[in-house]
Design a protein around this ligand. Structure first.
Ligand SMILES: [Zn+2]
Length: 422
């Protein structure tokens, strides 16, 4: 986001104390408390009808119901969940039996939880910079790479994908085992593009190291750092963070966006997603209604060689695996062993917590459930570290370094993930 002139930092609840083990596992976040003076002009948020709320929730079933009620859960503690919710959804909470413990209009929340920081977010890549970086990497490594668009977004942007494979280029099929890395399904999760780009840089800058060379020569590696570029650009337009999560579809009620990570055709919108268009967890009018998810669907279906998939999100310091949409663990015992072993191993590089996705809450229609159900892909979601969606630039180096190590581990088993079950 090098074009940001007035960037803002969410101090979030860094000074709040954790309550109980779950809060600690989830980063020790708590009710918003410490107010920080905010000199930034946040008046642009006054037209945003969302509220930051804290609602009583004792377990994952409460949280699942909250998602369906339209709450975009951002932070979880032992007895409550906090996040953003559109005003009409908030007004229905009590009638649905939820106890609202606190609420603030987004603009007010931002005023008490933000402060200015100068150009330090320049280290983040916006869409144009992401494309430029991918083009630079491709041009500098013509023997190993190719760059292509896997489809157009709602607003017509290309979803760029860097392929690292010396023998097959562009959209040519390959029989080598493939790994697919994605960032930025959710617009405001900017750190996810950084980790994806860092992985591409690591692989190509160390391409002559024997370990890396083996991955490059024997695998088919795809990296799409920004799968929701429309949303990313809107989130940072004019140097103002908007807490935007969804894509940029204009809904029938004039609200903006569909939650791409609820739009996949895997028990679509059955739980943990909202049919209300203004909700941040709006699942869309039907499964795969969005050009972005259609592009990823078609990409995966056209490449039966994809064995592993990583979708980066932020923030909670978690490594998650299917099922997200079911309470039950993955039925196939061998697959279950691979998921748990692989999740645990990747988490050892980052210090994150590995777990089945639905241990947090049940949410249907996400990337990983669909990829595993449709094609048996060992698909993971990594929720990167941080205490907010806008954690500043100082977090980038460590998050990238550790997650690149985890990604290299994923590559090390992509040839045959079942070796972890033997
Ligand atoms: Zn996300």
């Amino acid at each position: 986001m090098k074009n940001i002139l007035t960037a803002i930092l969410l101090l979030s609840c860094a000074s709040a104390r954790a309550q109980g083990p779950l809060a600690q596992l989830l980063g020790g976040r708590d009710l918003p408390s410490a107010a920080v003076p905010a000199p930034a002009d946040l008046s642009y948020l006054e037209t945003d009808d969302r509220y930051w709320v804290t609602v009583s929730a004792d377990d994952k079933y409460d949280r699942t119901a909250l998602l369906a009620a339209g709450l975009d859960i951002v932070e979880i503690a032992e007895h409550y969940a906090s996040g953003l919710i559109a005003k009409p959804d908030m007004e229905q909470l009590a009638a649905k039996g939820f106890i609202l413990r606190g609420s603030q209009p987004l603009a007010e929340y931002a005023r008490t939880h933000l402060k200015d920081f100068p150009a330090s977010d320049a280290a983040y890549h916006n869409y144009a910079e992401t494309e430029a970086e991918l083009r630079r990497l491709a041009a500098a490594n013509p023997a190993e790479t190719s760059l292509f668009s896997i489809g157009k977004t709602t607003q017509g942007r290309d979803i760029w994908c860097l392929r690292i494979n010396p023998s097959e280029k562009g959209e040519a099929p390959s029989s080598k085992p493939a790994a697919f890395f994605m960032g930025n399904h959710h617009a405001r999760e900017h750190l996810t593009a950084e980790v994806s780009l860092a992985l591409a840089n690591e692989l190509l800058s160390r391409k002559n190291d024997p370990e890396i060379r083996e991955y490059i020569d024997t695998l088919d590696i795809y990296i799409a750092p920004m799968t929701n570029p429309d949303g990313v650009e809107y989130d940072i337009a004019a140097g103002k963070y908007r807490w935007h999560r969804k894509n940029m579809r204009v809904n029938a009620d004039k609200s903006l966006g569909v939650d791409l990570n609820r739009n996949y055709d895997s028990r679509w919108c059955a739980a943990g997603a909202s049919h209300y268009q203004g909700s941040d967890t709006y699942c869309g009018p039907y499964a795969f209604s969005e050009p972005e998810t259609q592009a990823i669907r078609d990409f995966v279906l056209a490449r039966p060689n994809i064995k592993t998939l990583m979708s980066y999100h932020s923030y909670s310091s978690l490594v998650l695996y299917p099922w997200a949409g079911l309470d039950n663990p993955v039925e196939n015992e061998k697959d279950r062993k691979v998921f748990t072993a692989l999740g645990k191993a990747m988490a050892s590089f980052t210090g994150y917590k590995p777990e089945q996705s639905s241990d947090l809450y049940i949410a249907t229609g996400d990337t990983t459930d669909w990829a595993y159900a449709a094609r048996g892909v060992f698909a993971f979601t990594t929720e990167l570290e941080g205490s907010s969606f806008y954690p500043g630039a100082s977090i980038i180096a460590r998050a990238c370094a550790n997650n690149v190590k985890a990604a290299l581990y994923l590559l090390s088993v992509t040839d045959d993930p079942y070796k972890l079950a033997r």
